[in-house]
Design a protein around this ligand. Sequence first.
Ligand code: B4P
Length: 191
Amino acid sequence: MVNFLIFGPPGSGKGTQSVRLAEKFNLTHLSTGDMLRAEIAAGTSLGKRMSSIMSKGELVPDEVVIELIASKIDKTKNTAGFLFDGFPRTVEQTVSLENMLEKRNMKIDSMLVLEVDHDELVKRLLARAELSGRPDDKDPAVIESRIDVYKSKTEPIIDYCRKKGLYRPVNGVGAIEDIFERLSEQIRIII
Ligand code: B4P
């Protein structure tokens, strides 16, 4: 089994690329953003509690996403591996993920980091707001705050993973198909 983190700032294309990569390499795609939005759409009590945090562009508490991920891993059978999208988002979540995987005789094999400049991120998220109606994409101030949260809380994971030899940067600007090829090349090196 091989397990990948797909990593990058909000709007860097993690979700877009993960769906395609999971299909191509027979990986199970686990997106904490999608899981949380599903809770909100289903009107669960967890979803109701998380909705206001997410619409402000803040991170939901670590224990919430750790619980969601652990339960998904345990329900998944017969997979070539996992593609973690949008998780981990803090160094604490990374340590929890490592512990969770170790208990199941698994590990993180590589971290694929999509590199996209600030102006391109803002442009993409505002464009998505037109189609998706996501509250966290509509307001430029919320987008800036999500990028700030990424820099302060999420980006330190890069150093943590670099020290473990897991870090693989990928240029995330250009046509979706070209970026998909760049990511696929990196995955082929690992599997
Ligand atoms: P996520 O759902 O993870 O969303 P994201 O970071 O905004 O998006 P992503 O990078 O996947 O962008 P996408 O491919 O869609 O998180 C949402 C919120 O959930 C967080 O703010 C937080 O509150 C909460 N949350 C989630 N996980 C959490 C965790 N682990 N801990 C705590 N809180 C958590 O691409 C964006 C747009 O760009 C799309 O419209 C796409 O079509 C477009 N695009 C993609 N690639 C492109 C390209 N090459 N060129 C042009 N456009 C492109």
